[in-house]
Each structure stands twice: as C-alpha cells, then as structure tokens.
Design a protein around this ligand. Structure first.
Ligand code: 5GP
Ligand code: ZN
Length: 114
C-alpha cells in the first residue's frame, strides 16, 4: 500500500518522532500551522474515523493517552491545545491514514471552518 504515514510508521521515510509505542506513533507535521503541530496515528492503517472497525476503535484510548502525554512533554498541557481529525473530502483530509492533529504553543483562537 502506498501510504506515506505507513512509511513513516515503518521508518521507511524519516520524520521527527516525538512519541512511540507498540500501537501508536506521533511525529511533527512537516508543514506546521502552529508552534506545536504534531500528528498522532495508529501504526496500523485505517483511512479515517469513517473506516474505524472494532479493532481500530479499541486503539482510541491509546491514541488519547498519547495525546495527553505529548501535551505534557511539549509543555502545552496547561496553556491548552486543539485536537483535530479530518475525514474525507469536505473535511479537508489529504493523507488517508487516520491521524489526529495536536495544535498549540500559542493561542490558536476559536475554531473556524474556513
Ligand atoms: P490532513 O489534511 O490529511 O488532515 O493532514 C495531513 C497533514 O500531514 C498535513 O498537515 C501535512 O502537512 C502533513 N504531512 C503530509 N506529508 C507529510 C510527511 O511526509 N511528513 C510529515 N511529518 N507530515 C506530513
Ligand atoms: Zn497508512
């Protein structure tokens, strides 16, 4: 499968990894839109929220545990941050491997759609 995030998870292409365990890996976004912009993914491929099956759903606690730990490590747990996952065309998804953006490090304001 030609998936850039699978390649990152398999270390076939380099990335700035900030967290890793058996099931989850997180790395800095190549094109950050905030001082802290990290992507958290399950190592196992699934496209988006919309393709989550029971096995993938069981990974969500691991993903949110990672998010919480990363926020602490990046010193944004108290100042705050936003977690976003885009799904499909209208959601603006560009990489079709489920991922959660962590955005913080400055006041990123209210959520806007456009
Ligand atoms: P999406 O729009 O699918 O929610 O977000 C995809 C994100 O992946 C974008 O923010 C983009 O900058 C990031 N991205 C795309 N290719 C790479 C890559 O090769 N390495 C890293 N670290 N981030 C990437
Ligand atoms: Zn993938």
């Amino acid at each position: 499968m030609d998936c850039i995030f699978c390649k990152i998870a398999n270390k076939e292409i380099p990335s700035d990894i900030v967290y890793e365990n058996e099931k989850v890996i997180a790395f800095r976004d190549i094109n950050p839109v905030a001082p802290v912009h990290i992507l958290v993914i399950p190592k196992e491929h699934t496209e988006s929220v919309q393709t989550l099956d029971d096995k993938h759903l069981s990974l969500l606690p691991d993903i949110f545990k990672a998010i919480k730990e990363i926020a602490e490590k990046e010193n944004i747990s108290e100042s705050g941050y936003r977690v976003i996952t885009n799904s499909g065309k209208h959601g603006g998804q560009e990489v079709f491997h489920l991922h959660f953006h962590i955005l913080g490090g400055e006041n990123i304001g209210k959520l806007r759609c456009k």
